[in-house]
Design a protein around this ligand. Structure first.
Ligand code: GRF
Length: 213
């Protein structure tokens, strides 16, 4: 059966992108990484993708008069590569409503908190400041509302006494690298259903607990 073609959007480091590329190397993985698109030419993730033999493109948002025209250019690049699923992986651009509409039900994001708690930026510090004992990461469908689309799966990690934003971020990131490839696999296998804004996933637990505190 043909593999699902995944397009990944990045702006920076690209460690989640690298985790998806690594997972897709397995012959039995049901998805392949068709392209990586960055809005930042200096994003370190671009080199990681190139070294892995994945086609890359840089489309700087700076060259466009408004958000939608940038989004349309990104979308055209994804379509050129026959993408069936878009995975946002540290993509730091607010999208126009056009983009999530165009890719509705076919675009995922990973966020380093247990949504709906702590949307936005600097979320590990926010979790520490709030005194929560558990944090983690969330993979969700992308809608026009920032970090608020239907939740597919989460991984939980403890927040330990003495954590700072960096130690907590590192603990969460290890779970991101487990969770994202899993969810992309489920999507490719057709196990994820979205109905009335709620997600159901066939045949697998959608909450992972870290065994790696
Ligand atoms: C990750 O923490 C991800 O959850 C968030 O942005 C960060 C990107 O890191 N959306 P990387 O570029 O994947 O290393």
């Amino acid at each position: 059966m043909a593999k699902l073609r995944v397009g990944i959007l990045i702006s920076g480091r690209g460690s989640n992108m690298a985790a998806l590329i690594a997972a897709a190397k397995a012959p039995d993985y049901p998805a392949e990484i068709a392209c990586v698109v960055s809005n930042v030419a200096t994003a370190p993730g671009l080199k990681l993708a190139q070294d892995a033999g994945v086609p890359t493109a840089t489309i700087s948002h700076k060259g466009f008069p408004d958000r939608e025209s940038f989004d349309r250019a990104v979308s055209a690049e994804l379509e050129k590569h026959g993408v069936g699923l878009v995975a946002l992986a540290g993509f730091m651009r607010i999208q126009s409503p056009w983009f999530p509409e165009r890719w509705q039900g076919r675009m995922l994001n990973i966020h380093p908190s247990l949504l709906p708690a702590f949307p936005g930026l600097h979320v590990q510090q926010a979790a520490i400041d709030a005194g929560v004992r558990i944090s983690g990461c969330t993979v969700h469908f992308v809608t026009a509302d920032l970090d608020a689309g239907p939740i597919i799966a989460q991984a939980a990690v403890p927040v330990l006494a003495g954590d700072d934003a960096d130690t907590l971020a590192a603990r969460i990131l290890r779970q991101e690298h487990r969770l994202y490839p899993e969810v992309v696999r489920w999507f490719a296998e057709g196990r994820i259903a979205l109905s009335d804004g709620r997600v159901s996933v066939k045949g697998t637990p959608t909450l992972l607990f870290s065994s790696d505190p």
